[in-house]
Design a protein around this ligand. Sequence first.
Ligand code: XMP
Length: 259
Amino acid sequence: MEKFADRIVKSSKKRRSKIILALDLNPSTSNLLDKGLKLLSQVSQSVCAVKINRHMLLPLGLFGGVERLVDYAHRLGLPAIMDCKLNDIGSTNRVMAEWFFKAGFDALTVSPYVGWEEGLEPVFRFSKEQGKGLLVLTYMSHKGAEQTFERALLAGYGKPKPAYKVFARWALEWKADGAIVGATRPEKIVEVKRILKGEVSIYSPGVGVQGGSLEEAVKSGADYLIVGRSILRAENPGEAAESLRERAWKAAGRRRGAT
Ligand code: XMP
């Protein structure tokens, strides 16, 4: 099976889009599943993938509704990412991964804080066997992320280093499909990009409502932008997604031109 990282590149090139829709609808909304399906069809030409998290998983259930969203995304040609931030012991992580993959997800997010042995190693092994992708949290987008992602870790690289630098090195060593760095901190995107040596893509949430600048994030090295509320709250989500698509594609063109 083709690698997830290759599949998302193809989807991105086909639509000239670097935008990943975060399908975070209000879980209390009536007809949640129908609204999710409708949104996917509205933005399908402007995004290169969809990301789903607990907003949909808790009210709809994995096989009660989320699987249908994943299936519909696939029919539209969009890979689906489960933002589950796996952070338990390896055996439990593996069970969760197995079930998310059974529901059709193409990739999952994982937290590096649990480490490798008996933490994320079983998930990486299993995901590779299945041709699925894993995206490693490297520096989260919210304000409080500084409290943990800046903390020095002793991780066998000589002197202690800030956690996000260690996580970026792990993402590279573990052959992850992506490292997640908030668009709210473009300077961290630059640093992480250097560590990843072009071998792991950067996924950036935080554009728009959280205050991150799309252009700055792309200029700094973000390969994909994860966007939720700026699209979901727009009067016309299709138009909002299309405008973001165009801006991100242009910004990426400028970055290529500058290198
Ligand atoms: P908004 O509405 O702010 O949604 O555009 C952003 C989406 O991205 C998720 N998110 C993150 N996921 N690491 C992640 O793995 C992060 O640092 C991060 N920050 C935001 C959030 O759950 C929402 O779906």
